[in-house]
Design a protein around this ligand. Structure first.
Ligand SMILES: [Zn+2]
Length: 293
């Protein structure tokens, strides 16, 4: 018997309400972030990226952004009687600092929207109060990430640039440097808003065998809502050496290949473009798989 069947219809109902609420909360916070983008565009008279956190901070009444060594922490929002301030970890690269800072601005939007009741509904399935608190914390952070994404890469502007460059693994570098965000964040955004349905995937060296395999770490897309679903994942999550993916890992040029994906109840081979990014321990392979090609 699966643990799931232990729960009554009532719990299932509450749970679907919770996910509905979270979906609604996500919609609301992205909408609010979009309004802030519109205000900024109006304010400065153009919608040319980048959209920097400092510009939004000013509009949100955040009195200053300070760069400091915060150890393990990315950023922190401090509330004072004369307005909040954000501290960002100066040890992180600028793209990461931008996202962390925009995430903290997301927290100010979250409190303005009074979305706490939506978050309170999260994770009925767990009877463990600690696990529930953890799930709520995670939901809260995901909402702030969604806000940060819209602030730094506003959907309409990002789509315009993406269409100009083409939905391709080669566009990731260019978009990331224009929007001042990380390569992984850019790949995720492409999968979320691309007019052509595609999936972004991340691969990382794995295991003790030499040469090492490349392991599937996460995927996003097609679109925003497929997040967290078991669908659209590669059938084989560990790729052994030698492979086209390893070639992408070893060299800097993009590699074309294809892979089997689980799609609903079927399995389908999708064309894929992959490229290695980063150096040394942080080297990863990012792929885009295309559903309509
Ligand atoms: Zn946070």
């Amino acid at each position: 018997m699966s643990t799931y069947s232990l729960f009554s219809d009532d719990t299932a109902q509450q749970e679907s309400r919770a996910s509905l609420n979270l979906e609604r909360a996500t919609y609301l916070i992205i909408e609010r972030a979009g309004q802030l983008v519109n205000r900024l565009v109006e304010d400065r008279g153009h919608d040319t990226p980048p959209f920097l956190p400092a510009e939004f901070a000013r509009l949100q009444g955040i009195k200053k952004i300070v760069k400091e060594d915060l150890g393990e922490q990315s950023a922190v929002l401090l509330r004072f009687h004369d307005g909040p301030m954000i501290k960002v970890n100066q040890k992180h690269n600028l793209a990461r600092q931008n996202f962390s800072c925009a995430h903290e601005i997301g927290h100010t939007l979250l409190s303005e929207l009074k979305l706490e009741p939506c978050i309170e509904d999260v994770e009925f399935r767990s009877f463990n109060p600690q696990a529930r608190a953890l799930a709520r914390g995670k939901a809260r952070e995901r909402l702030c990430d969604a806000a940060a994404t819209e602030l730094l890469m506003p959907e309409l502007v990002f789509r315009k640039y993406l269409s100009g460059f083409g939905v391709s693994i080669n566009s990731i570098d260019r978009l990331a440097s224009i929007f001042k965000v990380s390569l992984q964040t850019t790949a995720i955004r492409i999968a979320e808003v691309s007019p052509e349905p595609c999936i972004a995937l991340l691969w990382q060296l794995w295991g003790r065998s030499k040469p090492k395999g490349l392991r599937f770490m996460w995927r996003v897309g097609p679109g925003r809502k497929s997040r967290g679903k078991a669908n659209y994942i590669p059938v084989h999550t560990l790729v052994r050496y030698p492979s086209k993916l390893h070639r992408a890992y070893e060299y800097d040029s993009p590699v074309k290949s294809s892979k089997l994906f689980k799609l609903d109840t079927a399995v389908k081979r999708l064309p894929m473009e992959s490229k290695g990014f980063g150096r040394g321990d942080t080297r990863r392979v990012i792929s885009l798989a295309f559903l309509g090609r």
